[in-house]
Design a protein. Sequence first.
Length: 407
Amino acid sequence: MADALIIDACRTPRGIGKPGKGALAHLHPHELAATVLKALVERNDFDTADVDDVVWGTSSQVMEQSGDLGRMAALDAGYDITASGATLDRFCGSGITSANYAAHAVMAGMEDLVVSGGTEMMSLPKQGLLPIGANNPHLQEIHPQSHQGVCADAIATMEGIPRVALDAHAVESQARAAMAIKEGRFDKSLVPVLDHDGVVVLDREEFPRPGTTMESLAALAPSFPRVADHRHAEGAPTYRELINQKYPDLDIGHVHHAGNSSGVVDGAAALLFAGEDYARVNGLTARARVVATANMGDDPTLMLNAPVPAARKVLERAGMTLADVDLFEINEAFAVVSEKFQRDLDLDRDRVNVNGGAMALGHPIGATGAILIGTVLDELERRDLQVGLVTMCAGGGMAPAIVIERV
C-alpha cells in the first residue's frame, strides 16, 4: 500500500459563533472555506487542475452550508473546474473523516493529490436542522439518542467525575492555549481571513478567555438542566427521559457549563495529501505520512464514549502502543470527554492537548478534526517528535481516529 503524505495544513482563526458578534459571522461559508483552499495553493504552488478531489466536512448541511460546500468553496477559491469536490457529515468527526477518506484514496493508488478539510459557521441560523435521530420514533425506541450536553452530564455522573475536576481541566486548557498563542505555536498554520477588499477580518483567535480561574468557573450555573427536561417535539420524550429509557436508575447530576464545554465558533481548515510519486515529480515536500486510520462506534445513548476504543483500534492497526505516541489530540467537546480519555488510557497529561483545546479555543464542528491534525503536526515539528494520534467523539456514538508520523 502506498503512503499518503501530508504536504501541508492550514486553518483560519476561530471567530465567536454568534450572529452580529463574531468577526467571521457575516461571511458566506464558501468564502471562509475558500480562504484555506487558496492558502494551500499559495503556500505550496501546486496546479489545482491536478487535484483529484476536495473532500470536505460540514455537519450542519442546511441553508448556506448545504449544496456540497466542498465543491462550491473550491470554485469560489479559483480552483480549476476539473477539481471535483464532495461534502460529508460525521457530525463532530467530519474533519477527521474527510482527512481519512483523502488518505485512503491516495493509499489505494486511486488518486495522487487530494485536499481535505472542513468548515462550520455556527453563527448561521439552522432552520430545518433536526436533532440526532431525525425525529424517527422507531430509531429512538431502539437506540434513544439525547442531547450531547445531557450525555456529557450523564457520563460524568456514571464515572463519578466531579465538577471540580472538570473545571480544573478547563482552567488548564485555557492556560495552555494562552501560552501557545503567546509563543506563536499556532502561527505556522494560521491564515488570516480577508474580506473582498483585502481588509483583514480576523487574524487571531477570538474565543479564548485567558483569565479563567477555578473561582470564575465556580460562579457559572450548569447549562443543561433545562435542556434535559426539554422536548424537541410535542409528545416526544425529554432528553433526560431518553437516557433514562436505557439507564433507568441514573439520576443525572449536572456539572457542565459554558466554561467547561467547547466554544461555539466559526472556522475552517484544510490539509493537502499527495502520493509519493506525485510529490517527488512536482517538488512537494512531505511533512508527515498517515500511519493508520480507524472508525469506532459505541453506545449512541451516551454518544460521547467512542474515542477510547477508537484510539485502541487505530493503534492496533498501526502496530503501535500508547507508549509509541508522542502527542495526543482529543477534542474537548465537553470536559468529561477528554478527562475520561486520559483517565481510561492512563495517559501522561503532558502529552495530551498540550496547546489547549476546544474549551479554550472553540469547536467549529465540521472543521475541528482537520484543525487538530494540523495542530498536532505543528507541535510534533516544534518539539522534534515523531508520532501523533488524533480522535474525537461524534454524534450517534462514534469516533474517527488517525495516527500520523513525521517524515
